[in-house]
Design a protein around this ligand. Structure first.
Ligand code: AGP
Length: 364
C-alpha cells in the first residue's frame, strides 16, 4: 500500500477500501491449522505465561479504545479470562491497582499517543507485564512494551481511523484464539474461529460492493441534527465506534447507548427528527434487539438497521454477511464507516482533516 490516492477522492475512502487486503495481511503467516491456533511471534508469552494470566486490561484512546472493548469481549468469550477496556487517559490518573497476574495491553494506531504511552510507563514502573497492539512499527509504545502484536494495517493517513480499527479487532481475535487454545477452547472451536477469520476478507469485499445503497442512505440521513446509535453486548462497541466516526467526520451530534439502556432515559429523545442506527446481529440477542426496534417505532423514530437480514421494524436495513457470532463485531461497523464518509461528503466536510483534530495526540 502506498500514499498514492489511486483514484480515490480522499484517504478515508481509500483506506476503507483497503480493508480486505489489510485483514489478509494481519492473518498471513499466523494461522496454525495443525493445532487450530495462531502463532504471534512478537508476543513473548509462552503457554505457561498465558495460563498464568488471571485478568486482561486493555488501554487505548478513541477508536483504539473501542477496538479494545471488542477485544475484551472476544478474550472473555474465547479464553474465558475476565477482561475489560478502559480509556488510557482515565486509567493513568486514577492511581490504579496494578496486579501482577493481570496482562495489560496498550492499543494504538500511531504508537505515539501520549496518554497511552504514559499509562504504559506507569504500569512498567509498577512491575506490570504490558503488551502492545500497535500499527506503526518501531513506535514509542511498540518499543516500551514487553512484546505484542503488530496489526499490519499499513499506513493510515486520514485523521479518522478505519482500516486500523478493523485490523486491531482482527488482531484481538487472533490473541483471543491464542489465549483460548492454551486453556479450554476446543480444537473444534479453534477451527471454527479460524474458518471465520479466513472468511473476513471476502466478506469485507461483499460489504464494500454495497456502497451505492449506503451512499443513498447517507444522503437521506445527512439532514439529521442528531443521531442515536444502539447495540447490545457485541453490538455496543460497534455502535460507539460508528457514532464516533459520524461525529468526527460529519460533525453531526451522535449518542451511543446499549439498546438495553434505552428505557432508562434516552428513549425520551426519540422522535422523527432523531434517527437511530441499530446494530442487530443474528445472535442470541436478536429478539431482544428487535424488541428495542419496536420501542423506537412506537415513538415514531426512524431506524436504520445494520443486520444479517432485513429487519421489518426498521425503515432501512444494510445487510452484512454473517460470520461466527464471536467475530461478527469485526464486520458490522464497516458499512457505517462508509455511512459516515458519505454523510460528511454530502455535507461538504473536510473528510481527511476534520476540524480541531490531529491524527496523533502526542501531548496531554
Ligand atoms: C480515530 O478516528 C480518532 N481520530 C482517534 O480517536 C484515535 O483513535 C485516538 O486519538 C487514538 O490514536 P492512536 O490509535 O494513534 O493511539
Amino acid at each position: 500500500e502506498s500514499y498514492d490516492m489511486g483514484g480515490h477522492d480522499t484517504y478515508m475512502h481509500k483506506e476503507i477500501h483497503e480493508q480486505a487486503d489489510a485483514v489478509d495481511r494481519a492473518l498471513r503467516g499466523r494461522i496454525d491449522d495443525r493445532f487450530s491456533t495462531v502463532h504471534l511471534g512478537g508476543l513473548n508469552l509462552d503457554a505457561r505465561d498465558a495460563r498464568a494470566v488471571r485478568r486482561v486490561k486493555i488501554l487505548g484512546c478513541g477508536t483504539s479504545y473501542h477496538a479494545g472493548q471488542i477485544g475484551a469481549q472476544m478474550i472473555e468469550e474465547l479464553a474465558r479470562i475476565p477482561a475489560d477496556a478502559e480509556p488510557a487517559s482515565e486509567f493513568r490518573y486514577r492511581n490504579p491497582v496494578v496486579d501482577p497476574d493481570t496482562l495489560y495491553i496498550a492499543v494504538s494506531q500511531s504508537g505515539e499517543t501520549y496518554d497511552v504511552l504514559a499509562a504504559v510507563q506507569e504500569l512498567k514502573r509498577k512491575g506490570a507485564r504490558v503488551l502492545g497492539l500497535v500499527n506503526v512499527v518501531g513506535s514509542a509504545i511498540a518499543r516500551e512494551t514487553d512484546g505484542g502484536i503488530y496489526v499490519h494495517a499499513g499506513p493510515e493517513v486520514c485523521v479518522v481511523s478505519t482500516k486500523c480499527f478493523t485490523n486491531m479487532v482482527v488482531s484481538f481475535g487472533l490473541l483471543a484464539l491464542h489465549l483460548g487454545r492454551t486453556r479450554d477452547l476446543s480444537v473444534a472451536d479453534g477451527k471454527r474461529i479460524i474458518e471465520g477469520l479466513r472468511k473476513l476478507p471476502g466478506q469485507i469485499e461483499e460489504i464494500l460492493a454495497n456502497e451505492a445503497q449506503i451512499e443513498e442512505l447517507a444522503k437521506e440521513y445527512a439532514e439529521a441534527k442528531s443521531m442515536m446509535f444502539i447495540g447490545r453486548v457485541r453490538g455496543y462497541p460497534v455502535a460507539r465506534e460508528a457514532s464516533l466516526k459520524l461525529k468526527e467526520v460529519s460533525y453531526i451530534h451522535a449518542e451511543a447507548y446499549p439498546a438495553s439502556e434505552l428505557k432508562h432515559g434516552p428513549l425520551a429523545l426519540i422522535e422523527p427528527a432523531m434517527p437511530t442506527v441499530a446494530i442487530v446481529p443474528d445472535d442470541e440477542l436478536l429478539e431482544k434487539n428487535r424488541a428495542a426496534l419496536e420501542e423506537i417505532k412506537a415513538r415514531s423514530g426512524r431506524i436504520l438497521a445494520v443486520a444479517h437480514r432485513e429487519q421489518e421494524k426498521a425503515d432501512h436495513t444494510i445487510v452484512v454477511p454473517k460470520n461466527e457470532d464471536e467475530l461478527d463485531a469485526i464486520l458490522m461497523g464497516i458499512p457505517l464507516q462508509l455511512f459516515a464518509y458519505y454523510t460528511a461528503k454530502a455535507m461538504g466536510r473536510d473528510i481527511d482533516k476534520p476540524r480541531n483534530l490531529a491524527k496523533s495526540v502526542t501531548v496531554e
